[in-house]
Design a protein around this ligand. Structure first.
Ligand code: SF4
Length: 295
């Protein structure tokens, strides 16, 4: 097949830093070492860390997960946690390693700053994802999570100091609708778009490639927000078909037809090895032309 390797793709700086910290902890710390939830949203990464001695404690509710850990070292994941979770880990006497991405901390700092000056925050994010949970925990009761324009319609805020910000891994196209709805309802709201550069760069490259490809394959986990957004932007912005695969095993050869050009990208938490296996499989595949019936 004719394959276009879309760049940039794969690991971002936050994921690289988090994996380095976790591997160092697994190698250096005495006693058990735990990651509180998926360090990054990719099972290949988490399984490799487990082989290096970092055990997964997988609870959606980080505080509930923490209660399962009695001693040793706990690694806070790249998505960040609320200050209450971090304080509880310290109070339990655990050694805390904070692998929160610096881009996530930019949003936390923004929330701390604005709420200390009397603002309420409208946070555009995905319900149930750990990143909004951590950000909202910076100022409980003063940060309002919205995912859709319907959520915005349901808001009832009277504060004349309002600001809107976003989860780092959403799509620049999808969030615009929600932000527009906030500004239409609350014209005085300050807009801070905190989608990180790594997410934006990967999305823009995928959308650009979709112009010259018949199909785009995104290598990433079903848990990964930024991988799902890559599929969505290709489908929604360019109307180009796109599929998410976790590994080469999930590639369905019936997707391919002779003469197709296939773009391949990867989420920010997908190891290069896994993406390489998908590229090699698709490059080596040659779909056969349907036999032409001769009358
Ligand atoms: S996707 Fe963005 S926010 Fe998330 S870890 Fe990577 S750089 Fe940080």
């Amino acid at each position: 097949m004719n394959v276009l390797r879309i760049t940039p793709r794969g690991f971002c700086h936050g994921v690289v830093d988090a994996i380095r910290l976790a591997n160092e902890a697994g190698a250096q710390h005495q006693g058990p070492v735990y990651m509180l939830g998926y360090l990054v949203h990719n099972a290949h990464v988490v399984n490799e860390l487990a082989e290096n001695g970092v055990q997964l404690v997988d609870f959606d509710d980080r505080m509930a997960g923490l209660e399962k850990i009695d001693h040793g070292t706990v690694i806070l994941t790249a998505h960040g946690v609320s200050p209450a979770v971090k304080q509880r880990a310290i109070d339990k006497g655990l050694t805390v390693i904070d692998a929160t991405c610096s881009d996530v901390y930019i949003t936390h700092d923004l929330i701390i700053d604005l709420t200390s000056r009397g603002y309420e925050i409208i946070y555009v994010g995905k319900r149930g994802h750990p990143e909004p949970d951590g950000a909202i925990g910076e100022a409980p009761g003063r940060v309002h999570l919205v995912s859709t324009t319907d959520d915005v319609a349901a808001l009832d805020l009277e504060n004349d100091r309002l600001a809107v910000t976003t989860q780092t891994t959403l799509s620049i196209w999808d969030t615009q609708d929600v932000i527009d709805a906030v500004v239409a309802k609350y014209p005085h709201a300050e807009v801070h778009n905190d989608i990180c550069l790594a997410t934006q760069d990967r999305q823009e490259a995928a959308v650009q490639a979709a112009d010259v490809c018949d199909l785009v394959i995104v290598v990433g986990s079903n848990r990964s927000s930024n991988s799902h957004r890559l599929v969505e932007v290709v489908r929604n912005v360019k109307q180009t078909p796109a599929h998410l695969v976790d590994s080469a095993d999930e590639v369905d050869l019936s997707w391919f037809e002779p003469g197709m050009r296939v773009g391949i990208t990867a989420g920010a938490s997908t190891p290069a090895r896994v993406t390489r296996e998908v590229i090699e499989l698709i490059e080596a595949y040659e779909p056969e032309l349907e036999p032409v019936a001769i009358a």
